[in-house]
Design a protein around this ligand. Structure first.
Ligand code: HEC
Length: 161
């Protein structure tokens, strides 16, 4: 009994197993924190770059989200998206695209030649309203070809899956 009473307080002052755990735990946490930071940075920058590799099949909803939607977002949303719906037309959701504008359906899946949207982005209707779209610039030939091919292939969008 005597020896126990004497040795216990002394042992508590010495660095015990609990203190050792704390010392080894810190480097482990640091070792985990750095890759975690690096990974989230890589994910952030990946989100800013365009997806590389060949585009998805033209008759897949992914073609809309990866190729067509960025073209519309860049060139049309400021007048046909959010609070803006010039010509009663919004182009920022699949439902709105298929709903069309005040002249009716502007995108006829399978038929670019009957789609007013194609006539307008090709700037074939220069003098008659609603006029060429966008009004003050023109999409590149590659962009026009992509939107045309997408409509010809059925204008597939995620909501239609
Ligand atoms: C600077 C604003 C502006 C931009 C950018 C713009 N539009 Fe328009 N758009 C209009 C206006 C204004 C009308 C309505 C004109 C009218 O009814 O006479 C219209 C009408 C339309 C219509 C006819 C809607 C209907 O049914 O009457 C289509 C289709 C269209 N735009 C497609 C597009 C596409 C596709 C883009 C992008 C490539 C685009 N627009 C970019 C201003 C814009």
């Amino acid at each position: 009994m005597r020896t126990l009473e004497k040795t216990l307080p002394v042992r508590r002052l010495k660095p015990g197993p609990a203190t050792n755990v704390r010392h080894t735990a810190r480097p482990l946490w640091e070792a985990l924190a750095f890759p975690a930071l690096a990974l989230s940075f890589a994910l952030l920058t990946a989100g800013c770059t365009k997806p590389s590799g060949p585009p998805p099949p033209v008759d897949s909803p992914a073609y809309y989200t990866e190729v067509v939607q960025p073209i519309l977002r860049e060139n049309c949303y400021r007048c046909h998206g959010g609070m803006n719906h010039k010509g009663d037309l919004r182009l920022d959701s699949p439902e709105a695209i298929l709903h069309g504008g005040k002249r009716g359906v502007d995108v006829v899946p399978g038929h670019p030649e009957s789609s007013l949207l194609i006539t307008l982005i090709r700037h074939e209707q220069k003098s008659d309203p609603p006029g060429p779209m966008p009004p003050k610039s023109k999409l590149t030939e590659a962009e026009i070809a992509a939107v045309t091919a997408w409509i010809r292939a059925g204008a597939k969008m995620p909501a239609m899956e």
